[in-house]
Design a binder for this molecule. Structure first.
Ligand code: URA
Length: 256
């Protein structure tokens, strides 16, 4: 008879480290160099990823140069598809770029895709997305009147919190994303988005409900930015919906 205890222990270990999904029907031996993804460069004028004799390797994997070179949303999405500077890409099923109306005045930024978003390649389509849709509907908004993206375009395995290194690797892309959308108002959903994009160290409890000026070199003026609780947090702590409702009213007042 087969002793299943070793197999079960190995499976349990995989779940504990966040490898909770089969991404392919066939197993991949990632220890073989040939199994590692090829570096693919996007078309157009981008910095070389491999160091040349004259150029030192870019510490951010070329993210800033690549993001700055994108002059449209399509180019930015393509640039991310070709970007190899964030290891989350290797475990994610899909790039989750954005949803909603790119011409809308309001841009929402969340943290990172979860399981449903990773499967569908769209932000906020799972349980927290359904709550977000209901919250927006309360103030007369929906996905035709807002634009939604995330700090990270790939799902962290097992929905763990993103690391500072992962956030830093992808930051130039969301910053460029905001510049290309050029919204009239920004809403940061949760502490990761608020702290990262505002460069603040306080927690979301202190940051929420207040307007900040979001600045970026590619914007012609500072954009008013409101921080509020992440819908996933509201699902875990419904008592906080009262404050989230206050934040929605603050947003509605600014819009009208
Ligand atoms: N949480 C996020 O921050 N973003 C999503 O897209 C989904 C859940």
């Amino acid at each position: 008879m087969i002793d299943a205890s070793g197999i079960i222990a190995a499976l349990r270990w995989q779940v504990e480290i966040g490898a909770d999904e089969a991404l392919s029907d066939l197993p991949t031996d990632w220890t073989r160099p040939a199994a590692r993804p090829e570096l693919r460069l996007p078309p157009g004028p981008v910095a070389p990823l491999r160091p040349t004799a004259a150029a030192a390797p870019s510490p951010d994997g070329g993210a800033r140069v690549r993001a700055a070179a994108a002059s449209s949303l399509a180019e930015l999405a393509e640039s991310l598809r070709c970007f190899e500077g964030c290891t989350l890409k290797q475990t994610a099923m899909n790039l989750v770029f954005a949803d909603g109306n790119p011409n809308s005045a309001v841009m929402l930024v969340g943290e990172a895709p979860g399981e449903d978003e990773d499967r569908q390649g769209k932000p906020f389509v799972g349980a927290s997305g359904r709550l977000l849709d209901r919250m927006l509907a309360c103030i007369g908004l929906d996905r035709t009147s807002v634009y939604i993206s995330n700090i990270l375009p790939w799902r962290p395995p097992g929905n763990r919190s993103p690391t500072q290194a992962e956030i830093a690797a992808c930051l130039p892309f969301i910053e460029r994303h905001i510049e290309l959308i050029d919204p009239r108002l920004l809403v940061f959903l949760g502490g990761t988005a608020a702290k990262t994009l505002l460069g603040r160290s306080e927690g979301i409890t202190r940051l929420r409900g207040r307007w900040f000026d979001y600045q970026s070199p590619g914007l012609t003026r500072p954009v008013p930015a409101l921080a509020t609780y992440h819908p996933a947090y509201l699902l875990r702590s419904p008592i906080q919906k009262r404050d989230a409702w206050r934040d929605l009213l603050v947003l509605r007042r600014k819009i009208s």
